[in-house]
Design a protein around this ligand. Sequence first.
Ligand code: C6P
Length: 405
Amino acid sequence: MAFNVQEIRKDFPILQREVNGKPLVYLDNAATAQKPQAVIDCIVDYYSNYNANIHRGVHSLSQEATDAYEGARKKIQEHFNIKHAHEVIFTAGTTHGINLVANGFNKFLKKGDEIIVSALEHHSNIVPWQMLCERTGAELKVIPIDEKGVLILSEYEKLLSKNTKLVFVNHISNALGTINPIAEIIEKAHEKGAAVLVDGAQSCSHIKPDLQALDVDFYVTSAHKMCGPTGVGILYGKEEWLNKIPPYQGGGEMIAEVTFKKTTYAGLPHKFEAGTPNISGGIAFGAAIDYLNSIGFNEIEAHEHELLRYATDQLTTIEGLKIYGTGVDKTSVISFNIEGIHPYDIGTIVDKLGIAVRTGHHCAQPIMDYYKIPGTVRASFAFYNTKEEVDALVKAVKKAKTMLT
Ligand code: C6P
């Protein structure tokens, strides 16, 4: 089917509502994406018709729920082109997945080892590694960025050494929208024998990655960025890594046998899935993936790219407006400030006009420190946004500027 944004918008009940008496213009998609009816229906269907715990009961409801949950794991495996379904670990989201891996590396690191992160990371891809360094004595090194908000790869190559054990980088920066050259980053790390974790929280809604082709060791993401529910995500890990690292949490379902003398652990993926999981969330994550694939990632990318181009052109007509993150490879995120005006004030005024944007440091304080600013206004566009909504944003920002200067 041809891409028709007006038809697509009908799939999202929330897009029909008003905020402050004005039609909602939702431009905070990098924080969380809106949910189509198919995902909402999937959750209601689970609780209405087959709510039961999974992997535990022989009764029919439990079997149905288990089949649906494992079916979702399979969909995720296929979507990301993962070799084995048991390499897909359900988590509570990106942050959980990163902490699981960071915890797993306690026993592999020692003083003198080095971990590389990029200057474009979200706090959840900085703090767990700092904590890991504190526990093990390893040292954290940072790939710097240039004025455009692009990683300086020649500096990355200088940081890599035989001491590098791990490299962590996001696919797309949440604060600037920069798309990082992850294939090159992974290849260079592997040449030194280092493992790589890619944080796909911001890319998963725009780009369909082929994880086997990328040869990445770990990949994490959150369902809520992909039109799925909050509180669920995945960690992909290569089988050999997942077998090597110890479980993160102990509890039910992650064991083979428990005695008071010794417990042995279940195989993959259950070793990392202690306790009752977010069952409806996992199933609805599968529904979200089906939904996005029914639109088509090529179509999504093309539409969002056009919105980015149009919004960039329109916003830069406003005098005193500066965009942060101007690299060539960029997704549909625009971070900006207007000279002399605090981003929070702009966010508050445009909200009165029905427009949702995020303001602040976007959980990426080191980027704000680099630019010596307290934060930015961030407009992030999804495939269901329109040029008319971009016009509404530009008009509202102009109005805010007039009111605040
Ligand atoms: N960024 C944003 O407004 P969780 O909260 O675990 O689902 O995702 C954390 C996370 C990790 N990495 C990146 C690159 C992210 O963008 C996020 C979430 C949101 O930018 C909320 S802070």
